[in-house]
Design a protein around this ligand. Structure first.
Ligand SMILES: [Zn+2]
Ligand SMILES: [Zn+2]
Ligand SMILES: [Zn+2]
Length: 775
């Protein structure tokens, strides 16, 4: 039979994910000879055998890909047959430069779970079992290449049985770097709040007993410690809140499996699929009434953040059935980085946890749980961290090596090179030194991991962001180029880049706070965007924010700003009663606004939501970011999308003179207040408010289309986390004939900002480069 030989180059996420043993098995099954090896950014395969077998091999390569692998491209070329026999896996070193990738952490696979719960298996109840299809990756890796000596498994020498699996290409644990068992691997133990080790035959079982008894246990996981309590025990949940000093913020709940998740939440098919992805994010879903979860887990909202176990240790917590749902929250105080080290945890959490379930596999990269939700039928990331980092997100244009530092709150930075951006995990707020330290430590790690050494540093225009100050210093010390990118341009450019849009588009950037080019606080923006620049077509009418940042924490202040903008008499007792404001408070704020003292102007859409929540729900002060807006969305959860909206005025600008149009909420306020007075329910008022805002921005987009001829709209900004608003905008825009784009791989909020910044800077640099070339 005529033999042929082919060279196959596979690009994508194909290293450290069981790809080589998979190819080895395929070659065996198809009776092909040849070899496979890793190279710089993929794998290279040579195969030899009958033509139809070669075809079958290439087809199966694409259709039977292992769960953690992602194939971006397969290139096949003809070679001359050499009569080779057998199939070999070539060691990485032989091909020269090693791989530069580290996969993301992945949830325990079905095979490992079966072994974990099988009394006859040698790894029965072993809390650290894994294989090439699952287990920790990013969080246990010190540096590239991703090999055991470079991970926190280095100190554990494999026993003979584990080593045999590791060396056998036909085994599921072939080159599984964290491979371990009871004989040779990491262990768990229990520690009291005083730091003394607690004797226990089975520390996990004892931990479960204590959880079932209402104790708060700090449990070391994959990306850090969780604080855990029985989520059905109201007293225990409240005690945790009191000790953490966090009252309002919704906390996530882990349940055994998807059936258990169905019992606490009404899940759509999309929710269930998202829950079960290998990244195992926390999924925001509709909570079932009377599901037994303590009210104080997620007070005041109709959703619950629910997720499934992703580490063997977590599966063991649910194995006995003693606990049905565990509250699992990042072990930290307020917005500090999550604790990862045993001693650090004891020191920082000793006053919160009753005991600690620790282990001796060191966590090298802090990584919070990711948070996602299904928005308008498609998954959207609210927090991109464990399970997603450090997977690359594609760029539509080439980027020279650069660092984009992101925003201020919910910071995420991005390194970019070529057609890829590597976003860091969610780093939290850069308001304190620990936050900045976490930023530096992750930056160093990712720079080393991807060998990206920035020549350009990209930052937000806000002079008060710690990330901006840091970027300027860092670039200055190293003599690097600095590029500032406007906040809402970055949001929209990120959405465009995710969808490969490289021309011009209309961008709706509906957001909380971002520094505008006029020095004011933007956030309700209709932009005519290109990747390398933008014009402001329209914006929400400016209103004052009495007290500046205080108005973000206290929505009643924002309400006064908006009511004044709508022409209401702030001195009237009716207005004061509406907001529960004292006469003196109202007078002081009115004076601030009249004199323009500490009352910066804002066009923020998020602040409009805050103001309406203050008036409709009486939400005076917020406990966590966007709480007022989230509650406002929540109260309308059962209202139909078809509710008619309140009106907004579109005040035309002069596009030719680049004078932006304005979207004015005064009529919306008048209609809303009149319905409130006549006793219309809060739910309906909220639905009509959402519909009115959506219709206002759709009108503005239609005007922008008339002026520019553009028919594509990119939706971005933190308000796009609002499912009702996102849904309404898309439906109304599509009804107007627009092509609509929403974020998918990158958060629409400030967690996605750095990706957009990198896009803008890459576009600016490529333009100036091509301009330079044509000169
Ligand atoms: Zn596995
Ligand atoms: Zn072993
Ligand atoms: Zn923003």
């Amino acid at each position: 039979m005529l033999r042929r030989r082919r060279g196959v180059v596979v690009r994508g996420v194909v290293q450290g994910v069981g790809f080589r043993p998979f190819v080895y098995r395929l070659a065996q099954e198809e009776g092909l000879a040849g070899s496979i090896g890793n190279d710089t950014d993929g794998v290279t395969i040579e195969i030899e055998g009958p033509a139809e077998r070669l075809e079958a091999f290439v087809t199966r390569l694409r259709t039977e890909t292992p769960p953690l692998a992602r194939i971006d491209s397969v290139a096949v070329r003809d070679l001359t047959a050499i009569g080779e026999l057998g199939f070999r896996i070539v060691a990485s070193e032989v091909l020269g430069r090693v791989s530069t990738g580290i996969p993301a952490d992945a949830a325990t696979c079905a095979d490992c779970l079966r072994e974990l719960l099988d009394p006859a298996d040698r790894r029965y109840r072993y809390p650290f079992l894994n294989c090439t299809n699952c287990g920790p990756r990013y969080t246990i890796t010190r540096r590239i290449p991703y090999d055991r000596p470079q991970t926190s498994m280095a100190q554990f020498k494999m026993c003979a049985a584990c080593q045999a699996e590791y060396d056998d290409p036909a085994n599921r644990r072939f080159h599984a770097q964290p491979n371990a068992c009871w004989v040779c691997g990491p262990r768990v133990w229990l520690v009291g709040a005083d730091g003394a080790t607690l004797m226990a035959d089975d520390p996990v079982a004892t931990c479960v007993d204590r959880l079932a008894g209402g104790d708060i246990i700090a449990i070391k996981g994959i990306g850090g410690f969780h604080l855990s309590v029985d989520a059905t025990n109201e007293d225990a949940v409240m005690r945790l809140r009191q000790r953490k000093h966090r009252y309002g913020k919704p906390l996530a709940v882990m349940v055994k499996n998807v059936d258990a998740a169905r019992a606490v939440c009404a899940l759509t098919a999309e929710d269930e699929a998202l829950l079960q992805t290998v990244a195992r994010p926390i999924v925001l879903a509709r909570k079932r009434e009377g599901c037994g979860i303590a009210e104080s887990v997620a007070p005041g909202i109709p959703w619950l953040g629910v997720f499934l176990p992703y580490a063997p240790l977590q599966h063991l917590l649910f194995a006995s059935g003693q606990v049905r749902a565990l509250l699992m929250t990042s072990a930290n105080l307020s917005e500090e980085p999550i604790a990862i080290d045993n001693d650090e945890a004891l020191k920082r959490l000793g006053a919160i946890a009753d005991a600690f379930l620790m282990h001796d596999r060191e966590i090298l990269q802090r990584c919070d749980d990711s948070v996602a939700a299904v928005v308008d039928g498609a998954p959207q990331l609210l927090r991109r961290a464990r399970g997603f980092v450090p997977l690359a997100v594609g760029l539509p244009i080439d980027a020279p090596p650069m660092l984009a530092v992101g925003g201020h709150l919910k910071n995420v930075f991005a390194l970019a090179r070529g057609r890829f951006a590597y976003q860091s995990q969610h780093l939290g707020d850069l308001e304190n030194l620990t936050g900045l330290e976490f930023f530096r430590e992750s930056l160093e790690h990712l720079m080393r991991t991807f060998e990206v050494y920035p020549q350009t540093v990209v930052h937000d225009l806000h002079p008060g962001y710690l990330s901006t100050t840091w970027a300027k210093e860092w670039a200055h010390e190293r003599g690097l180029r600095l590029i500032g990118v406007q906040h809402h341009h970055a949001h929209v450019a990120g959405c465009m880049a995710e969808h490969g849009l490289t021309g011009a588009a209309i961008g709706l950037s509906l957001d909380g706070t971002g520094y505008g080019t006029d020095g004011r606080i933007w956030g309700g923006e209709v932009l005519v965007c290109q990747l390398d620049g933008f014009e402001r077509f329209a914006h929400l009418e400016y209103v004052p924010m009495p007290g500046g940042d205080a108005a973000v924490r206290e929505p009643w202040r924002m309400a006064l700003g908006h009511l004044r903008g709508a022409g209401l008499d702030l001195a009237s007792s009716e207005t004061r009663d509406l907001l529960g404001v004292q006469e003196k408070e109202a007078r002081v704020l009115r004076q601030m606004m009249e004199r323009g003292v500490n009352a910066p102007l804002t066009s923020s859409c998020g602040r409009l939501f805050d103001a309406v929540a203050a008036v409709v729900l009486g939400r005076r002060v917020v406990d966590y970011e966007a709480q007022a807006a989230i509650e406002l969305e929540g109260v309308a959860v059962d209202e139909p999308d078809s509710e008619p909206g309140y009106s907004m005025d579109f005040i035309v600008g002069d596009w030719a003179a680049r004078e932006p149009a304005r979207l004015c909420a005064a009529p919306l306020w008048r209609e809303l207040l009149s319905e409130l007075r006549s006793g219309v329910g809060k739910a309906r008022i909220s639905a009509r408010f959402h519909a009115g805002v959506a219709a206002g921005f759709v009108k503005a987009a239609a005007e922008a289309r008339t002026a520019t001829g553009l028919g594509q709209v990119a939706l971005s900004g933190g308000c796009m986390h609002n499912r009702r608003l996102a849904r309404l905008l898309r439906a109304k825009l599509e009804a107007e004939g627009f092509e609509v784009f929403l974020h998918a791989q990158v958060s629409p909020g400030d967690g996605g900002l750095s990706y957009g910044q990198a896009t803008v800077a890459a576009a600016m640099l490529s333009k100036s480069k091509s301009a330079g070339e044509t000169d």
